[in-house]
Design a protein around this ligand. Structure first.
Ligand code: NAI
Ligand code: MG
Length: 498
């Protein structure tokens, strides 16, 4: 198999032409069925690797290994030992960050400038969870019972965690699931997205190198309807941590009923980004643009409903469209690229379908609006940054998650109105506000029904700050001390001392 022979940059050593196997019980094994699937570069269509295709039987084996590990020697590891393990993994990620960044770029298309930039985030998360490992504590609680009876709580790892992740940020998404599990003493069966399994699998190698015991981290690539569903249904999985679409999130909830496993869900959004006329428009233009165009719009919290105060609507949308036209769209391995391809032909179909729906609904595109097919663009799944104006709240492009580089710009006149219209969505993940007026900023921070409100910035993220959804954007929080709590059970202990 000729893998990546035309690639103009050094290819990662990981892409050596061998089939990528799954990690179960500390060993790399083929699928029980012997089946494989292909992972391809969405910028060029090139084959990157064939990958073992996991299904129910592989999931069963992985869960069995995870259960055995959970009750085995791993359960005796002290918090300080788990901390050292996470720090070792962080050091290995740091050492191999260029390869991991390149794998993300090749497998899902994001510009190398972006995937290299994930370094700080990836390392910051691992080191934050390392700190959390030694910060887990219960409470002593004064009870009101007569006599001498003492009560306190213990925090215990929830058990075997099934982690199901999407393709839009494979490195950080994997760390976001493995990190809290290792910090708390859980074990994991991770199912990467079928579109981008390579970075998670390489990270599995680094886990073994760091000394993660057999069965503590298992990685089973495969499709959602087969491997993913088997994991969500499994009777011996204690919790599912899911990131992806709300439709799949709903299926996960149904599956979780099998054994009433715990579920945390980080789903999609249609986030409002609100620009007041008094804002520093010089920073709001690139800020609001990249709130959508970063990662080609494939970010759950993208600020895709751009509400602009009417008196600056024409000016502001024209500037955003002009900015959009300056962005370099291309193959992610080019360091100059700012907007890469969409991840797959399915995602391309979805986004171009919405571009058509937008036009039919009467919106006007000030920039972009059509798939790029000239020259090398024709080999990949490229859509340029698109700004739709003449958008009404009830249009599908203003209500439904597109997951592409598409802004729906909507005018508004006053603050009460924009609060009501901003909240008029089934989702509630991100939100943005651009203003110099501190009272407007505070009022919106309190009034927007979303898990994050970014004021005069967008998409700021930190390992210590919780992230998650309101409404149909899901429940549970990732990052922050809340994240670790999601992986813990609380046990009450009573001791009669008299
Ligand atoms: P998806 O939600 O179907 O896939 C996410 C993960 O769930 C993948 O690992 C997939 O294999 C798995 N999965 C799929 N069906 C499953 C099932 N029945 N049981 C268990 N696991 C299952 O999302 P997909 O198909 O990649 O993208 C579709 C749309 O979802 C996107 O266009 C976007 O609107 C949204 N999305 C949102 C994301 C977010 O970060 N919130 C990430 C990815 C997609
Ligand atoms: Mg899907």
């Amino acid at each position: 198999m000729a893998v990546m022979e035309k690639s103009p940059v050094a290819r990662p050593a990981y892409l050596d032409g061998k089939t990528k196997l799954m990690l179960i019980d500390g060993r790399w094994v083929p699928a029980a069925s012997g089946k494989t699937f292909e992972s391809r570069n969405p910028a060029t269509g090139e084959l990157l690797a064939t990958v073992a295709e996991g299904d129910r039987e592989d999931i069963n084996r992985a869960v069995e290994a995870a259960r055995k590990a959970f009750t085995g020697p791993w359960s005796k590891w002290t918090p300080a030992e788990r901390q050292v393990l996470l720090l070792r993994l962080a050091d290995l990620v740091e050492k191999n960050i260029e390869e991991l960044a390149l794998l993300d770029t090749l497998d899902m298309g994001a510009p190398i400038s972006r995937t290299r930039n994930n370094r700080q985030r990836a390392l910051g998360m691992l080191r934050y969870y390392a700190g959390q490992a030694t910060a887990i504590h219960g409470e002593t609680i004064e009870n009101s019972l007569p006599g001498e009876i003492f009560s306190y709580t213990l925090k215990e790892p929830v058990g075997v965690v099934g982690a199901i992740i999407p393709w839009n940020g494979p490195l950080t998404a994997t760390i976001w699931k493995i990190g809290p599990a290792l910090a708390t003493g859980c074990t994991v069966v991770l199912k990467p997205a079928e579109e981008a399994p390579l970075t998670p699998l390489r990270l599995g190698e680094l886990c073994l190198e760091a000394g993660v015991p057999p069965g503590v981290v298992n990685i089973v690539p495969g499709y959602g309807e087969t491997a993913g569903a088997a994991l969500a249904n499994h009777m011996d999985v204690d919790k599912v941590a899911f990131t992806g679409s709300h439709l799949t999130g709903q299926k996960i909830i149904h599956s979780s009923a099998s054994n009433l496993k715990r579920v945390s869900l980080e789903l999609g959004g249609k986030s409002p980004d609100i620009v007041f006329a008094d804002a520093d428009l010089g920073s709001a233009v690139p800020g609001a643009s990249m709130a959508v165009f970063a990662n080609s719009g494939q970010i759950c919290s993208a600020g895709t409903r751009l509400f602009v105060e009417k008196k600056v609507y024409e000016e502001f949308t024209a500037k955003v469209a002009a900015f959009a036209k300056t962005l370099k769209v291309g193959n992610g391995i080019d360091p100059q690229t700012q907007v890469g391809p969409l991840v797959s032909s399915e995602q391309l179909d979805r986004v171009t379908t919405y571009l058509g729906i937008g036009r039919q609904e009467g919106a006007t595109s000030l920039s972009g609006g059509q798939q790029l097919t000239d020259g090398d663009y024709g080999k990949g799944y490229f859509v340029p940054p698109t700004v739709f104006t003449n958008v009404r709240d009830d249009m599908r492009i203003a209500q439904e998650e597109i997951f592409g580089p598409v802004i729906s710009a909507i005018p508004f006149t006053d603050i009460e109105e924009v609060i009501q219209r901003g909240n008029n969505t089934t989702f509630g993940l991100g939100s943005g506000v651009w203003t110099r007026d501190v009272s407007k900023a505070h009022k919106l921070a309190k009034s927007l029904r979303a898990g994050s409100v970014w004021i005069n910035c967008y998409q700021a993220m930190d390992p210590a700050v919780p992230f998650g959804g309101y409404k149909m954007s899901g429940y549970g929080r990732e990052s922050g001390k809340q994240h670790v709590e999601e992986y813990l059970n609380v046990k009450a202990v009573w001791i009669k001392t008299a």
